[in-house]
Design a binder for this molecule. Structure first.
Ligand code: ATP
Length: 298
């Protein structure tokens, strides 16, 4: 018997970052949008806990207990006094260290899969609690759709989305470490007053209306200058997306994946082809949003 859960990637259509707090965390106003690029996590009973991974980026995924899928299984097992003897297999399509919450997706997916396999029937609130312990982006991977994340990003308010958005994602040659991007943000903003971030009403309105042009005018990412400072070649990728007709181009989360918002599917395909030909990225993916959160598929 095994259980497979499908989990989406995310793009931040607003990533508002405040000054570093004494505990090192930054206050965030995050508007998460789940996009239709997925990892699948399959859990099967085994002699002991082990993790395997398949997919183009599999070589960059840790297979020890630092893997977020393993940590999720261990967290649920510890709470319920269960022996976490399972094989976790990750079919990975979300870029690794790409700013699309791929590790978080695997954490949420493993948690839901283990809950189903073990029959632990944890409440939604308990699952969200465990997700928040695992990392700031993990709760959103569980719920999907669109949500405002405050605090460290883990306090979620679901948001209404009134239509389908078409995105093109350009994946970079190498990853960027999220902590390194936050350190660069601190360096770039040193000596300046950084206001506490708040949700952007134009972003929320554009999502609610399903209006791509309005969303394009409203998207912001306060981490973008830091990501571009560490990875200046991304400027060329953003420019290639704009030249091909993207309504908006931005760094996804902490990067280095770049997100290009298209007015419709045909333009998305055109932007994807142009980005592929531009030689400014490793590979390109087209996806729509919103996507459902972690879902048991078999
Ligand atoms: P975020 O958008 O949440 O900041 P990210 O998408 O930039 O994250 P991830 O793909 O989640 O980055 O990976 C960040 C690091 O986490 C990896 O470099 C890897 O060492 C570690 N990691 C732990 N578990 C996983 C996992 N299941 N998949 C990928 N990376 C993992």
């Amino acid at each position: 018997m095994s259980v497979t859960v499908r989990v989406p990637a995310k793009v931040n259509v607003q990533l508002g970052v405040g000054a570093a707090r004494p505990d090192g965390f930054h206050g965030l106003a995050n508007v998460f949008l789940a996009v239709g690029l997925y990892d699948e996590v399959t859990v099967t009973p085994a002699d002991e806990l082990r993790v395997t991974c398949a997919g183009p980026d599999a070589a960059h995924v840790p297979l020890d207990r630092s893997n977020l899928a393993a940590r999720a299984a261990l967290a649920l097992a510890a709470r319920r006094g269960i022996d976490p003897a399972v094989h976790l297999h990750i079919d990975k399509d979300i870029p690794v260290a790409g700013g699309m919450a791929g590790g978080s997706a695997d954490g949420a997916g493993a948690l839901l899969a283990c809950d189903a396999l073990w029959g632990t029937r944890a409440s939604r609130a308990e699952l969200l609690d465990i997700c928040a312990e695992l990392g700031s982006d993990v709760p959103f991977s569980l719920v999907g759709g669109a949500a405002l994340g405050t605090g460290r990003g883990e306090v979620l308010t679901p948001l209404e989305v009134g239509g389908t958005f078409h995105w093109v994602f350009a994946l970079a040659e190498r990853g960027l470490s999220t902590p390194a991007v936050f350190r660069e943000f601190d360096r770039l903003t040193a000596g300046r007053t950084v206001p506490e971030p708040a949700a952007s009403q134009p972003v929320l309105d554009a999502l609610a209306k399903g209006d791509a042009e309005a969303l394009a005018a409203a998207v912001t990412n306060d981490l973008q200058p830091a990501a571009l400072s560490l990875f200046p070649a991304l400027c060329d990728t953003l420019a290639a997306g704009r030249a091909a007709g993207a309504l908006a181009t931005l760094v996804s989360g902490s990067g280095p994946t770049t997100a290009h918002l298209a007015p419709d599917r045909a333009t998305a395909d055109h932007i994807a082809a142009a980005l592929r030909d531009s030689g400014t990225c490793r590979t390109v993916r087209v996806a729509t949003a919103p996507a459902a959160g972690a879902t048991v598929v078999s």
